[in-house]
Design a protein around this ligand. Structure first.
Ligand SMILES: [Zn+2]
Length: 123
């Protein structure tokens, strides 16, 4: 691919929503330039993004090389209701709680999200 690259100095970087996949690709240096700029800006402006990036880098360093691999690994095993209840009380093993957090918020498993909603209603 040798398309002419237009130099876009007027890209409104902030309008691009930063996804986990983008941060992942950012670490792999696979992002298109405008998204790269958006991520770098977000990282400068937000400690939350810095934390997310650090977290993703840790996952990478622990041997997971693609987001897809992580996604599949977490998707195949939904936590039990018991584990979700412990997660709600924030009382479990940190590694397990991190896994539940990932499953709910990054994978976004609707089944487990519904379970958590149900559990939090019943107290
Ligand atoms: Zn699930």
């Amino acid at each position: 691919m040798s398309q002419t690259q237009h130099h876009q100095s007027s890209v409104v970087a902030t309008e691009i929503p930063i996804t986990t996949q983008m941060l992942w690709d950012y670490l792999d240096e696979q992002l298109p330039e405008n998204e790269m700029i958006a991520v770098e800006k977000a990282l400068r402006d937000s400690q939350q993004f810095q934390q997310r990036l650090i977290h993703i880098r840790e996952l990478r360093d622990s041997g997971e090389h693609t987001l897809g691999a992580i996604w599949r690994r977490y998707r195949v095993s939904c936590p039990t209701r018991e584990v979700l209840a412990i997660y709600l009380r924030n009382a479990g093993d940190p590694r397990q709680m991190e896994y539940v957090h990932f499953h709910l918020n990054v994978v976004g498993c609707r089944y487990c999200q519904a379970n958590v909603t149900d559990l939090s209603r019943n107290g």
